[in-house]
Design a binder for this molecule. Structure first.
Ligand code: NAP
Ligand code: F7E
Length: 328
């Protein structure tokens, strides 16, 4: 039985990746932070009563800021694959908490890479890099060769982790891959990211529970894909003969305004009647436009996005409507 270790298993991507790897026959180990509640909504359904060494799903307490604890876990588990998904992943909040964001998102990766340098069995490493690294790019569609121009503490930290991943691969012959993933969404997306904030509000407005949603910059354009397809690409990268870096994206960009029109349209409402503005949702600087070119992933991994923009918006609105109907 292959063993995978996922940092960030309680997050959107971690939860889908855990499901996917269990289905593939892996034993999945996840690192979770100590919290005052044991409620972990995205992975609670994966828990089994079996907490023995042969269980397919095992959780361990840890934190990316604590290298000693992570080292102990890695030596204890001896994973075949490590997916480093843990991060303070909210771009605007990274302006409020830059030091913490860099500690977790940049040094957290370096701590892991340093541990992997010293172990005596072969392990493959996946780093969750981000399209935010391109930032204020002047290139229309971004690929693996496009220069980075990060525009937030989050993006700077991700650039650091990307280059350290490449540097450790080159320096120590490690199987380390950096997946440069463009925005990917789902019904499990955190409620303070713009897509989920909108689809949840659409459902609540349609049900008469509220009348407005307050947003910031509506002009930003993003390349939005469907998260369950993106985690498949992470796994595919680690199954190749050689480690490499890949852009994962749909190749289509839409503005927040377009997302609003589509989402409100799903329930027969006009977004302009329900959206107000508050500057507190603006960032000191924003990223205007991101649109990815995933042709390398298509050619080498055989990966292609299947869910298009309209389907993505519809499935997120449907899920938020259904959750309300079930009283969640
Ligand atoms: P997410 O939903 O915000 O999940 C982040 C995960 O990291 C959660 O499990 C969180 O745990 C954990 N975490 C945060 N700080 C930690 C710490 N100090 N120690 C250990 N774990 C910690 O993010 P996501 O959307 O799934 O994204 C997964 C990864 O891909 C992140 O690294 C993100 O930056 C990157 N990424 C995401 C996208 C995207 O569009 N979704 C695109 C490119 C890259 P708690 O549940 O305890 O908070
Ligand atoms: O913002 C604008 C906001 O927070 C998208 C993370 O997963 O993807 C994500 O980062 C756009 C920005 O995602 C609101 O200004 C307007 O221009 O949903 P977001 P993000 O910043 O693109 C990348 C690839 C990651 O790696 C990150 O981890 O929407 N916007 N009004 C708003 N954004 C939010 N959050 N809230 C608003 O009210």
């Amino acid at each position: 039985m292959k063993k995978a270790l996922i940092t960030g298993i309680t997050g959107q991507d971690g939860s889908y990746l855990a499901e996917f790897l269990i289905q593939k026959g892996y034993q999945v180990h996840g690192i979770v932070r100590r919290n005052s509640t044991l409620f972990r909504s995205r992975i609670d359904h994966l828990h089994t009563v079996d907490e023995s060494e042969t269980s397919s799903f095992l959780l361990h307490y840890g934190d990316s800021s604590d290298g000693t604890n992570i080292a102990r876990l890695i030596h204890q588990i001896r994973p075949d694959e490590i997916y480093n998904l843990a991060a303070q992943s909210h771009v605007r909040i990274s302006f409020d908490m830059p030091i913490y964001t860099v500690d977790v998102d940049a040094l957290g990766t370096l701590r892991l890479l340093e541990i992997l340098r010293s172990i005596d069995w072969p392990t493959k490493f996946y780093q969750a890099s981000s399209s935010e690294m391109y930032g204020q790019t002047t290139v229309a569609t971004q690929n693996e060769e496009t220069p980075f121009h990060p525009r937030s503490p989050y993006a700077c930290a991700k650039v650091y982790s990307h280059y350290q991943t490449v540097n450790y691969r080159d320096s120590y012959d490690m199987f380390a891959c950096s997946g440069i993933l463009f925005n990917h969404e789902s019904p499990r997306r955190g409620e303070n990211f713009v897509t989920r904030k909108i689809t949840k509000a659409v459902a609540e407005i349609k049900k008469g529970l509220r009348d407005t949603v307050v947003l910031g910059n509506l002009d930003a354009r993003r390349d939005w894909g469907y998260a369950p397809e993106y985690i498949e690409a992470m796994w595919m990268m680690l199954q190749q003969e050689k480690p490499d870096d890949y852009v994962i994206a749909t190749g289509e960009a839409h503005s927040v305004r377009e997302f609003l029109a589509e989402a409100f349209g799903c329930v027969g409402l006009n977004w302009e009647d329900h959206v107000t503005f508050d500057e507190k949702f603006l960032r000191p600087v924003d990223v205007d436009m991101l649109c990815g070119d995933a042709s390398k992933a298509k050619a080498k991994l055989g990966w292609e996005p299947r869910t298009k923009f309209k389907q993505l918006v519809q499935l997120m609105v449907d899920a938020d409507m259904a959750a309300l109907e079930q009283g969640q």
